[in-house]
Design a protein around this ligand. Structure first.
Ligand code: ZN
Length: 253
């Protein structure tokens, strides 16, 4: 429900960050930092993991992590999700608004939390959720792909199943593994599964060493009209699993 509510906040320009409660900001985040990191950007995707909503931001913006405690509510344009676990009754006061984004179109996103058990952070450690991608075993990877007809890329980025793989990382590892991001997740044969597992680990390891997900070999080719760094074929630019995707039509099958 949180995610469904958050979807209404996507693609709207953030005009102002409202962070009246400094205690609600975690891991060193301050109101000025939140403002400079978020104002002028858009939210581009909403993911939910348990009581956490992760909002990806436009450009090279940070991931905005909203953690909802027992009493936390998410409102977009004044409307809340209908949450079955919600038991806060009676009147609500704006004093309980802990964090908000005001959009350029006049609407807003607000976290309302009477008991102050929630939190807001930037770039949360996504390894907290799902199976940590850096330690996933071959059998676990096979099970989470299962017989799914969803695109391979979408399944690998599903943070409730496999945590820690973002858009750049998944394109890089599938490019290295020679697998088409749009293929059905459940269509890999045992040899392809082993290859994917191997490249998943080496890609994560190498890119962490190099300094992040933007340090991949495919990364500098992420622009229109560019060529595959491996075989020189014109790269394909598509939307797969809702995200901009670069792949090679020649060596990724
Ligand atoms: Zn290629």
């Amino acid at each position: 429900m949180y995610r469904r509510t958050a979807l209404r906040a996507l693609r709207r320009e953030i005009a102002e960050v409202l962070a009246p409660d400094a205690w609600y900001l975690k891991r060193g985040l301050t109101a000025p930092v939140a403002k400079s990191a978020l104002e002028g950007r858009h939210l581009v995707a909403a993911r939910r993991i348990g009581k956490e909503v992760l909002l990806d931001t436009s450009g090279d913006g940070p991931v905005l992590g909203l953690h909802f405690g027992m009493s936390g509510k998410l409102l977009v344009d004044g409307q809340a999700a209908i949450d079955k676990l919600e038991y806060v009754a009676g009147t609500e006061r704006p004093a309980w608004d802990r964090f908000g984004l005001r959009f350029a179109d006049g609407g807003d996103l607000v976290m309302r939390d009477s008991r102050r058990l929630g939190a807001v952070e930037l770039d949360p450690d996504e390894g907290r959720w799902g199976v940590d991608a850096s330690v996933v075993r071959p059998a676990e990877l096979r099970d989470l792909l299962g017989t799914s007809q969803a695109p391979l890329k979408a399944r690998l980025m599903d943070q409730t199943r496999l945590a820690g793989i973002g858009n750049l990382l998944v394109d890089e590892m599938l490019w290295r593994a020679g697998l088409d991001p749009a293929r059905a997740a459940g269509s890999l044969d045992p040899a392809e599964l082993r290859r994917l597992h191997r490249h998943l680990h080496t890609t994560l390891e190498q890119l962490m060493e190099r300094g992040g997900s933007h340090t991949g070999d495919l990364h500098h080719a992420r622009e229109r009209g560019s060529l595959c760094p491996r075989d020189g074929a014109p790269l394909l630019r598509r939307t797969v699993g809702g995200r901009t995707t670069y792949s090679c039509p020649v060596h990724q099958r």
